[in-house]
Design a protein around this ligand. Structure first.
Ligand code: NDP
Length: 271
């Protein structure tokens, strides 16, 4: 019997996850069917239970349900506990396990796909929402020299940095505190790009050879990338690779088989 998986979100029509997982299934010979499911804003838990009743084996979770998914789970993997949010659900007869593959996907994209060294480097992570929280543990596990977490609302970045203080050298601050600082890797984990905006950064915050990485993705450049280019940055990447890598990690969690991501990423990049 074909095993069923899905991604829950609201909205969900734009999701690339069904296309990604269909390609993974084709490539690995795994017999799965993966679809996008719109969950009502006030009906996420009911939508999950309905999917389980109808034979669902697992699911991904996207905006705005990752924190509700965390609360719904009977148990969590260590990286889901660290992130405080769940993007991958595993259904079994003894309950629901919650995992979070976003941060692992980001680090995999940075290190393997983009050849970026994090170890010993200075990293700037912009934002203090769910995406930043999920990224912090896996980024610190790579042992950067320093990770500065900067957010529009400084207090949120300071609180989050405090929470992760035992995991590595992390400092929280507001965006205005970045003057005079230089970074080898600047990751935009704010949702500013969604509104066509760019977090205000000092032009000299990019060290020579720095990579500017926007977690957001779309057709063409996201607003963050031309702003980095104007500041002299030549290494730029959007978050499509992260999306494919977090999906590959979820596929591995469910199926025990690791798909090859490069051809899937190349296919998604085709106009
Ligand atoms: P949240 O809503 O949880 O957090 C939003 C963050 O952005 C907050 O820190 C907020 O600051 C900041 N922000 C919003 N608008 C602005 C602005 N105009 N200027 C400066 N800062 C701003 O969002 P998520 O963390 O869930 O998502 C963040 C981004 O990451 C989204 O673009 C999302 O699409 C992307 N993402 C990509 C993934 C991938 O696989 N590629 C996976 C997950 C997320 P404040 O606290 O001051 O409000």
């Amino acid at each position: 019997m074909t095993d069923r998986y899905c991604v829950f979100g609201n909205p969900i029509g734009h999701s690339k996850s069904p296309a990604i997982h269909s390609r993974f299934a084709q490539q690995t010979g795994e017999d799965i069917f993966y679809e996008a499911r719109l969950a009502p804003i006030d009906g996420f838990a009911a939508a999950v239970r309905d999917f389980i009743v109808h034979g669902g084996r697992g699911a991904n979770v996207t905006v705005p349900f990752k924190e509700e998914a965390f609360r719904l789970c009977d148990r969590h993997t260590p990286r889901a506990l660290q992130a405080g949010a769940v993007n991958t659900l595993i259904f079994a007869s003894n309950g629901i396990t919650g995992d979070n593959t976003d941060g692992t996907g980001l680090v995999q994209d940075l290190t393997t796909n983009l050849g970026t060294v994090i170890t010993g480097r200075r990293v700037l992570l912009l934002g203090a929402g769910g995406a930043a929280r999920g990224a912090l543990g896996p980024l610190l596990a790579e042992k950067p020299a320093l990770l500065v977490l900067a957010n529009r609302t400084a207090a949120k970045a300071e609180a989050l940095a405090e929470h992760f203080a035992a995991d590595g050298p992390v400092e929280g601050c507001g965006l205005t505190a970045l003057a005079g600082c230089h970074f080898d890797l600047v990751i935009n984990a704010t949702s500013a790009s969604l509104g066509g905006e760019v977090p205000p950064l000092p032009a000299d915050c990019y060290a020579p050879g720095a990579l500017a990485y926007d977690m957001m993705y779309g057709q063409g450049d996201t607003p963050f990338l031309p702003a980095a280019r104007a500041a002299g940055v030549t290494r730029l990447a959007d978050g499509l690779g992260m999306l494919v890598e977090q999906a590959a990690e979820a596929f591995f969690v469910w199926r025990g088989v690791r798909p090859v991501t490069q051809p899937v990423l190349e296919a998604l990049r085709q106009p």
